[in-house]
Write a protein of this length. Structure first.
Length: 221
């Protein structure tokens, strides 16, 4: 698999709490240069990045990140503001507490509400697989499909573990035909990138795509 093909599937990501504007600009410059699928950045930087880069860059941001247990109305409002400020892709975190309590209807309703706010823009749903049983993961594949989301995403990168090949394969078996897969968290080598894509991941979230593809290794998201 050639570098450009891999990079075209990468959401070039910087979500650490202390990310500076200079670091965000470097990330965005790299994304433009290497033609990544998007940059995934904190909501606070969306407006500035859109002003600086405009339509040269696909801007993805995160909602309810990283814990997911805020109010649905807050997540919907966050989404609307992010889109108004120039984001065109939204990565939202589900409320895992609702999953653990068996309140799957609340999870479904929340994803639907956020997808409604997104309209035609892309919505990726982060289910944070490291905290879920296989049964819960399978159930969420159905919910993400029924809610009309565009992607199911493995992880925030801030949990106790990140993406696994097994989870990507599980998603592939249980999501609907219109739902794509994003793997994120702990993807540290070029071999990892290729393996996740081969397993069925349409997008990869990583903070170090350029370094990974130059033969190095990476730490973090």
């Amino acid at each position: 698999m050639v570098d450009s093909e891999i990079l075209s599937r990468v959401d070039h990501t910087l979500l650490k709490m202390t990310a500076s504007w200079e670091e965000i600009k470097i990330l965005c410059d790299e994304a433009v240069r290497f033609k990544t699928a998007s940059v995934c950045i904190p909501p606070a930087y969306v407006k500035s990045v859109f002003k600086e880069f405009g339509k040269d860059l696909v801007i993805c941001t995160v909602i309810g990140f990283p814990l997911g247990y805020t109010y649905t109305s807050v997540k919907v409002n966050e989404t609307s503001i992010a889109l108004e400020n120039g984001a065109s892709e939204i990565d939202m975190v589900i409320n895992a507490g609702d999953v653990k309590n068996g309140n799957y209807d609340l999870v479904l309703d929340e994803i639907k509400a956020i997808k409604k706010a997104c309209g035609t823009q892309i919505l990726k749903v982060i289910i944070e697989t490291c905290y879920l049983s296989e049964e819960e993961k399978i159930r969420l594949c159905g919910i993400v499909t029924d809610a009309g989301a565009d992607f199911i995403k493995t992880s925030t990168g801030f949990g106790t573990a990140g993406a696994t090949i097994a989870d990507v394969k599980l998603f592939k078996q249980h999501i609907g035909p219109k739902v794509k897969i994003k793997a994120a968290g702990g993807i540290k080598t070029r071999d990892d990138l290729e393996a996740f894509i081969s397993a069925g991941a349409d997008r990869i979230g990583t903070s170090s795509a350029v370094k990974l593809l130059s033969g190095g290794t990476a730490s973090g998201y």
